[in-house]
Design a protein around this ligand. Structure first.
Ligand code: SF4
Ligand code: SF4
Length: 314
């Protein structure tokens, strides 16, 4: 195939900044069956070159697996290894790996390679294959709306290696499919925001909630179990038990909650009694406002009547 790639609309470019230079993207739409000649191993002359001077955005699942590997609480991992950023072309706050050292490298890179290789972030797995998915957040697998493209940067000598495989084989080898599944709903939130642009405003509180739920599941769990959350939302017992212990389930639940509160999507239900209470509060506020307006009117009228009387009754 030879249609031009449109990188600005590619989902996978959200993860890593080096993918975004259009001149590095080969102008060919590829499928899972397309051939790929590429290999990366400690013998290549550029070994670890791509782990420096990069922007690697972490997804909630990336954070979860990395902090578990490092045996850190979410807030410790975030403080130690990341810095805040905005997710591409949105005002949604997220985190990227904090580069360090004279060579401005990833905190996990050593001359011998990646020290967290089995749990490396999604961005590191994608490279050098990008994916464009024109469904909102990659929720549909229709082949005609999804394609792949090769990122070919001068410093990357992996393209000179003789190994041949298909894009599908490469992705399976890198564990990209599993990451896509885990990132899908979160990416969908970011893409929704991206497609709304700044026409729809998102409050600072909503952005803070997005950041907290996306980066710190420990705090999100406290929010669920130690606030009035469960008195406000209807959540079935089985789900409550799952999210109490299981971080993946909690992460998935956080995506549902965010979709609901940020974009009014999804199936979270506010308890009837809470709704009634809210309706009663709004009605009380409206009644009070009406009473205030009525009182002000009567006061003004009384003042006016008095003035008229003082001027001789006209
Ligand atoms: S996590 Fe590993 S593969 Fe990814 S940039 Fe860091 S060192 Fe490189
Ligand atoms: S620049 Fe390319 S070949 Fe070199 S280490 Fe990175 S991915 Fe592998």
């Amino acid at each position: 195939m030879s249609e031009k790639v449109q990188p600005a609309q590619c989902d996978s470019t959200i993860f890593k900044s080096t993918d975004k230079n259009p001149s590095n993207i080969l102008p060919e739409k590829l499928t899972l069956d397309s051939a790929l000649q590429f290999e990366c191993h400690p013998g290549v002359s550029c070994f670890t070159a791509c782990c420096h001077n990069i922007k690697i955005i972490l997804t909630p699942y990336d954070i979860l697996v990395l902090r578990k590997r490092l045996k850190l609480a979410a807030h410790e991992f975030i403080t130690q290894y990341t810095e805040p950023t905005f997710l591409e072309k949105t005002d949604m706050p997220g985190v990227q790996l904090k580069l360090a050292g004279e060579k401005n490298g990833c905190p996990f890179v050593t001359p011998d390679g990646c020290t967290v290789y089995e749990d490396r972030p999604t961005a590191c797995r994608y490279y050098p294959i990008g994916m464009a998915d024109f469904h909102e957040g990659g929720t549909d697998d229709a082949a005609e709306d999804k394609f792949f493209f090769i990122v070919k940067e001068d410093h990357c000598k992996g393209h000179l290696e003789p190994k041949q495989w298909t894009i599908g084989e490469w992705r399976a080898d890198q564990g990209v499919d599993q990451r896509d599944e885990m990132n899908k709903e979160w990416l969908r939130l970011v893409m929704r925001r991206k497609s709304f642009g700044h026409q729809a405003s998102l409050s600072d509180a909503a952005k803070r909630m997005f950041f907290m739920a996306s980066t710190d599941l420990d705090t999100f769990r406290k929010f669920i179990f130690e606030s009035s959350f469960l008195e406000t939302y209807e959540v079935d017992e089985a789900t409550i038990e799952e999210i109490r212990e299981d971080d993946i389930k909690l992460m998935e639940f956080s995506f549902q909650y965010l979709a609901n509160t940020l974009f009014g999507a999804g199936a979270m239900t506010i308890r009837e009694e809470k709704l009634q209470k809210k309706v009663a509060e709004i009605k009380e506020r409206q009644d009070n406002a009406l009473k205030d307006a009525e009182r002000e009117y009567l006061e003004l009228k009384a003042e006016r009547d008095q003035m008229v009387q003082e001027r001789g009754g006209n």
